[in-house]
Design a protein around this ligand. Structure first.
Ligand code: AMP
Ligand code: MG
Length: 532
């Protein structure tokens, strides 16, 4: 029987540890600096500019604490992005501070308003139904980080929901953001996670939990759609101006800043999707309210990293039509970008036709940018440095082969980084019958022929490939094991282990051994849905 791990239904309207890259998480080197001028929570410098937009942009609420709430995990790497002392994890009043039962200067909780296309249908008002923006922190490097508390109770935008998040989906979001950061893929970051004894009703009775996450902002494509569809163009301009002043000040200096904002989002989104495809990541709910204007992965729900490769893999059990299948992600991102572009038309130019023409031109660049980004990752994954015409096709042939044979995405690519003449590589590729074995043999030969045209030494090539082909990805069964320990035994140690191991997914290590294999038999029936 299918076992639902759960977590959007189409048209349904312990202590310290850790995960590096531009706006990514600091690496292990930062570990040594602990204590050198790090701040306490009360010393963080808040600059809450979003709250100044006021009016229809937001609604102020206080978080609702959960019954017997307790810290499950604190992410020291994420803390450092705020200059926050990881030792703050030891504070007994942590949950009270994050749920604002204790005064915390600068914190001014609010729910953000947005709309969005959900499974292709426009929903005019969504908003933070179970989350609050606690405040915006400026760190010493001058970066702004939103602190966002999810699972914090009812807001003006809760609709039929209860404002809560359950433990399993909170663990999945926490681990996913650690794993994506470890892979070097732009993402929100998880700062802390809290559990509780509070009963929350889904398909069965579960317990409530909260995650504190961080992002440059929580502005979504849907935030712009909200004001466009209501024809509140002054508010739309305020929002776009806010976004630029706060996050993209450089764009103010160019000819048409609003068009440049769109260009920027097109570029970063294309790069993000190429990254997703390169590691077999399926988001699951690419609604426009789940798309960040920063080109980062946001709102982890029924996501999944592929085990056996299938181009049309659907990770969300509730997505019956397969709208968000793996191979649909690149065109869906373009659809979502078109929704954003449409919403920006009134500020791009007063003449609607001219605005549409300019936006169209920007959107037309998406495919080329995506293909370039993806091709560059494909080459890296195959260990190719020089650019040759047939490289993309060589990669795509491998995907076709993997699908017809039923090969594991992550393991296959990792094996390719080994010397192709090694026995385990050859057996992984050639341990098959008849025509498929012949195809695999020919593909390996083609790769070897292509590699010989480069003068890179095999060891260097192999090292390079290990930096694009992760040894481990956060497969469903790995997260599920951590969830079961947490839920059934109140044992959160696996979450700590996973946070460490998945911060370095490209490394061969003893710790990663147990996560490097294909899913075990018991996991065959696992599936994830929108319940969360
Ligand atoms: P998601 O599928 O998590 O991206 O959520 C889609 C929308 O539904 C967002 O506006 C959420 O805030 C809202 N939502 C999801 N779950 C709940 C809940 N349990 N209570 C209130 N609102 C919710
Ligand atoms: Mg969402």
């Amino acid at each position: 029987m299918t076992e639902i791990i759960n977590n959007c239904i189409p048209n349904a309207g312990s202590a310290s540890s850790s995960a590096g890259s531009a706006r990514g998480l600091p690496g292990d080197a930062a570990e040594e600096e602990v204590g050198s001028g790090y701040l306490e929570l009360e010393e963080l410098r808040f600059e809450n500019r979003y709250s100044r937009l006021a009016g229809e942009f937001l609604s102020r609420h206080r978080p609702e604490p959960l019954e017997n709430q307790f810290l499950i995990h604190f992410n020291s790497r994420a803390a450092r992005l705020l200059d926050l002392d990881p030792e703050q994890a030891e504070r007994r009043d942590l949950a009270e501070l994050f749920t604002v039962q204790k005064p915390w200067p600068g914190v001014d909780p609010l729910a953000m308003c947005y709309a969005g296309h959900q499974f292709g249908q426009y929903v005019p008002r969504l908003g933070d139904g179970r989350a609050l923006l606690l405040g915006q922190v400026r760190n010493r490097a001058g970066e702004i980080w939103d602190l966002h508390l999810k699972g914090s109770g009812l807001t003006l935008y809760s609709r039929q929901g209860d404002g809560k998040a359950v433990l399993r989906s909170t663990i999945r979001e926490y681990l996913a953001s650690v794993a994506m950061a470890g892979l070097g893929i732009p993402t929100t970051h998880a700062l802390a996670m809290f559990g509780s004894d509070e009963e929350v009703y889904r398909e069965s009775i579960e317990t409530g939990a909260m995650i504190v996450r961080m992002a440059p902002s929580h502005l979504r494509f849907g935030t712009f759609e909200y004001f466009f569809y209501r024809q509140q163009f002054d508010a739309l301009r305020m929002l776009a101006d806010y976004a630029m002043d706060q996050h993209f000040p450089g764009l103010r200096k160019v000819g048409n800043p609003y068009l440049s904002l769109l260009e920027t989002v097109v570029r970063t989104t294309a790069a993000l999707i190429a990254h997703w495809q390169s590691v077999g990541f399926c988001h699951g709910v690419m609604n426009t309210d789940n798309m960040s204007i920063h080109g980062i992965t946001i709102d982890y729900g029924p996501y999944g990293f592929m085990d056996t490769y299938r181009s049309d893999h659907v990770c969300n059990h509730s997505d019956h039509a397969g709208r968000y299948a793996f191979d649909r992600q690149p065109p869906i991102a373009l659809f979502n970008l078109s929704c954003l572009a449409q919403s920006l038309l009134p500020v791009i130019d007063d003449d609607p036709e001219r605005a549409a023409g300019m936006a169209m031109e920007v959107l037309q660049a998406y495919e080329g940018i995506f293909e370039q980004e993806y091709l560059s990752l494909k080459r890296s994954k195959l260990g190719l440095k020089r650019k040759e015409k047939g490289d993309g096709a060589l990669y795509d042939d491998l995907l076709t082969l993997m699908q017809s044979v039923g090969m594991d995405f992550t393991i296959t690519f990792r094996l390719l980084g080994e010397n192709p003449s090694r026995i385990d590589v050859r057996s992984a590729f050639l341990d098959m019958a008849g025509a498929e074995r012949e195809r695999a043999r020919r593909w390996l030969e083609a790769l070897q022929f292509r590699i010989q045209s480069e003068d890179a030494d095999p060891d260097g090539r192999s090292d390079g490939m290990k930096k694009t082909n992760p040894r481990i990805v956060l497969r469903n069964h790995i997260a599920e094991q951590a969830i079961r320990c947490a839920r059934d035994d109140r044992d959160f140690s696996e979450i700590g282990r996973l946070t460490e191991v998945f911060s370095n997914p490209y490394e061969d290590s003893q710790e990663s051994d147990r996560y490097a294999g294909p899913p075990p038999q018991w996991a065959a029936g696992l599936s994830v849905s929108c319940s969360s």
